[in-house]
Design a protein around this ligand. Structure first.
Ligand code: APR
Ligand code: PHB
Length: 385
């Protein structure tokens, strides 16, 4: 088999890249380790920046998103029961859209016309500095695809980044001493907008997927086990971390998904090795506090698609040569913001009384300063390219 581009991974990054390339007439095969049903069953993030919304439109996959997605003009931050709304619309005339990553994935899958090979096992990347090719097994048969370029969109644990010699890659990492326990429930959200809450018992987030489906999180220690959390225990803990009026209004129910995700900041540099490009979670991880993971993956592949199209159609290498530096500049700004929001809103084992006062002062500054609110709004809704 031959293809101009082989994409590893059919998450949102791989599917979006494949779609943008096919619309420009560039041939790309996607290799995905899991089944399509498995990929569609994963519950992930749910906030789209305007750049991501525009990219869904460019991919001609935005119709359902516009019909079902909820435009949010702001978010609420709460600190030990005190609340501050960050009004994106008034501060910077921007908004975000609440629409699940699961739905984004489904829409991109549906729009795709090119080949996606699911349940592709033992994917291996070869001759990245020369004439690249990829081997894999499907239904017990080993296959080979020769290509011009490979896009590693296979997430943090994927094979693409691991195929780069360690000496050619520098990595930067911070692992946080806690995770998020998340619950999905078919109940109306407790508030119209998202609530990010700091409490001395730990962080909590009230999010949503629709007018009838809600997503809630509480900070838990890294080694916590999901089996230790009955629905009742989860709702009790969440209520304790919200202000009393919100806790009172909370509509609880039987969870339809419950899982714990660790929090990590990670960046690999550079994001090109020979004919291989890394994008999305394969290249970087942010803690979910700033809602940046999916959006960053989307902005990576928008730049990568343009670069590959430029090379394949106009025969210019300018875009692919600039890819790594260009996306890393944006990635580090999103890393900074995600780290900052995480630091403000969580309790850390080593925060101490001084650290708690600093967190409170940060919240008070935010509450009293339009400049500080504008900065949060600008970062949350997505920085310009
Ligand atoms: N071979 C083939 N496919 C693989 C391999 C492999 N060795 N390893 C992983 N994959 C697949 C995974 O099964 C998954 O479907 O790659 C895909 C990667 O998708 P995601 O993890 O969703 O990563 P990405 O597309 O970069 O999406 C960005 O945004 O909200 C955040 O972290 C969240 O998933 C999200 C991300
Ligand atoms: C979610 O709805 O899953 C969600 C929303 C906002 C975040 C993180 C997760 O910052």
């Amino acid at each position: 088999m031959r293809s101009q581009v082989v994409i590893i991974g059919a998450g949102p990054a791989g599917l979006m890249l494949g779609r943008l390339l096919e619309l420009a007439g560039v041939d790309a095969v996607i290799l995905e380790r899991k089944s399509a049903d498995y990929v569609l069953g994963r519950i992930r993030a749910g906030v789209l920046e305007q750049g991501t919304i525009a990219l869904m439109d460019r991919a001609q996959a935005g119709q359902r998103m516009h019909a079902e997605g909820l435009v949010h003009q702001g978010v609420e931050l709460s600190f030990d029961g005190d609340s501050q709304r960050i009004d994106f619309a008034a501060l910077i005339d921007r908004h975000v859209m609440v629409y699940g990553q699961t739905e984004v994935t489904a829409d991109l899958m549906k729009a795709r016309q090119g080949r996606t090979l699911y349940e592709a096992e033992d994917v291996e990347l070869h001759d990245l500095a020369g004439k690249p090719f990829v081997t894999f097994r499907q239904n017990g048969v080993t296959q080979r695809i020769d290509c011009d370029f490979i896009a590693g969109c296979d997430g943090f644990h994927g094979v693409a980044r691991q195929s780069v010699p360690a000496s050619a890659l520098t990595t930067f990492e911070r692992v946080y001493p806690f995770g998020w326990l998340g619950v999905l429930v078919d109940q109306p959200p407790v508030a119209d907008e998202l609530i990010y809450a700091h409490h001395e018992r730990g962080f909590a987030l009230c999010s949503q997927r629709s007018h009838t489906r809600s997503r809630y999180y509480v900070q838990v220690p890294t080694d916590e086990k999901v089996e230790n959390w009955s629905d009742d225990r989860f709702w009790d803990e969440l209520r304790l971390r919200l202000n009393p009026a919100t806790a009172e209004a909370l509509k609880t129910g039987v969870s339809i998904e419950k899982s714990i995700a660790p929090l990590r900041s990670f960046v690999a540099e550079p994001l090109r090795f020979g004919k291989l490009f890394l994008a999305g979670d394969a290249a970087h991880i942010v803690p979910p506090t700033g809602a940046k993971g999916l959006n960053l993956a989307m902005s990576d592949v928008a730049v990568l698609a343009d670069a590959l199209i430029e090379h394949c159609v106009e025969k210019s290498s300018a875009g692919i040569d600039a890819y790594s530096a260009k996306v890393l500049a944006r990635i580090w700004k999103a890393e900074r913001f995600s780290w900052w929001m995480t630091s403000l809103l969580h309790t850390f084992p080593d925060t101490g009384s001084f650290g708690r006062r600093i967190q409170r002062a940060e919240f008070d500054y935010l509450s009293g300063s339009l400049a500080a609110q504008q900065s949060l709004a600008e970062n949350y809704t997505g920085l310009p390219d």
